[in-house]
Design a binder for this molecule. Structure first.
Ligand SMILES: [Zn+2]
Length: 136
């Protein structure tokens, strides 16, 4: 879980809560310049350093996904499992925001515009979760 410690406190609070009910892996928190530009070159990210929320200190984004004991890994081919996981994460983040435990909203890379649809976007980043400022 050391990767989670490179992340903003809100992300740490959210995923500490998630892990209690949903076995998951944290793939990436903060990304340094070299890692970010590698992610950009391979098409995993749309942004070059330092524009990604992964490049902030602490990181405002985290990549995470479901962990399956029998695979000792995630299943990268199982997009539905990522979506199922994301629903769980988003519900917890919403509850934590309402209770005042965190101060940011969470956005998922499978639903950038937050309309709960996944078919109305071109770039899918299913393990990606990022913090956004709450409009006052
Ligand atoms: Zn990401």
């Amino acid at each position: 879980m050391t990767r989670l410690y490179t992340c903003h406190q809100d992300l740490q609070i959210i995923f500490s809560e998630v892990i209690k009910g949903f076995d998951c892996s944290i793939f990436c928190g903060h990304r340094v310049e070299l890692e970010q530009n590698k992610a950009f070159d391979s098409g995993l990210s749309k942004l070059k350093f330092p524009l990604s929320k992964h490049n902030k200190i602490p990181s405002m984004a985290v990549d995470a996904g479901p962990y399956f004991k029998e695979l000792k890994n995630t299943d990268w081919e199982d997009a539905k499992a990522f979506a199922f996981f994301a629903g769980y994460v988003m519900a917890i983040a919403e509850r934590l925001l309402k209770s005042g435990a965190i101060t940011h909203k969470l956005r998922w890379g499978g639903d950038w515009d937050g309309d709960k649809r996944t078919s109305d976007q071109t770039f899918h980043d299913l393990p990606h979760f990022e913090l956004i400022e709450v409009a006052v």
